[in-house]
Design a protein around this ligand. Sequence first.
Ligand code: DON
Length: 305
Amino acid sequence: MSTVVGALIEKIFSETCSNRDGELADYIPELAAVAPDSFGICIATVDGYVYEVGDARLPFTIQSISKPFTYALALADRGAEAVGEKIDVEPSGEPFNEISLDPTTERPRNPMINAGAITAASLVAGPDVESRFERIRGTYSRYAGRELTFNEAVYASESHTGHRNRAIGHMLRSFDIITGDPDEAVDLYFRQCSIDVTCRDLSLMAATMANNGVNPVTQDTVLAPVLVERVLSVMSTCGMYDGAGKWLYEVGLPAKSGVGGGIVAVLPGQIGIAIYSPRLDAHGNSVRGVEACRALSTELELHFL
Ligand code: DON
C-alpha cells in the first residue's frame, strides 16, 4: 500500500500541477493575499500513516471545512433530535451563502450551507463566546492531533466584510432558529472559519472520521461512531454545495470544501484525503482539489456511494 499510495499521489500531483484555472476568493480580502499556486496533497490511513506531497505543511484557514466538525460538536452537545429541530439534512442545490430557509419547515436546509452552519455554531455549548470558541478550537485540534491556532488577520478581514453572513444570522433570529444573540453566533462562525490548518492536519481530521471518530495517531476518541455516520451522510449529500450531485456521481466520497482552498474527503474505514490549492471554481471549490480527488478516486477505485 505505502509505495503504491506514495507514488500515486506524486503522479497525480505532477499531472494536476499545471492546471492554473480558477480564482482566489477575494470577498474576504485577506484570502486574496495567499500564494495562488500553492499545492499539497495528503492521505492519512486509519492505521496512522500519512503520505504527503507538495505544500502539505503550509498553513491556510479551514473556512467551510470547519462546518462538519462544528455540526458534530453541536450533535454531541445537544443530541441529534434537538439539532434536527433546528437544521434539516436536505441538499439545497444553492450556493453556500444563500440567504434562505426551507419554505415548508422554515429551517436551514442543511448544516453545510452558511445558514445551517451559523445555526450549528449557535448550538455549541458554553457560558460565553470565548469559551465556546475555545471548545471548537480544542475539538478541531483533537481531530488533527496537535494544537491548532487562530488566524487573527483572516478573522478581522471576514468580520469587517461579512455583511451577508450577518444578514443570515438575523434572518435565523427572526425565525427563532437562533434564540440568542445572532451577532454572537455569526462571530463564532467567523472565528471557526479562521482556524489555521495544513493539508496534513486536514488529512488526519478526515482520517479520524474514517476511523469511526478515533484519531488514528493519538488514539483519542473525538466523536461517537453514531454521530460520525450522521456527519458523513450530510457531507455526502451537501458538502460540495450546488456541485454536490456531480461530485458524488464522479468521486463518490463524503467531502467538504472551503474557500481557503482546502478539500477533505473520507473513505470510511480506510483513509482521509486532503488537498490544498487555493484557486477556486464558481461553486467555491478548489479547482485542482476537485481534479486531484477525481483522479485519486478513479485510480484507487475509491468510489464508495
Ligand atoms: O461564510 C464564509 O464566507 C466563509 N467564512 C466560509 C465559506 C466557505 O468556505 C465556502 N466554501 N467553499
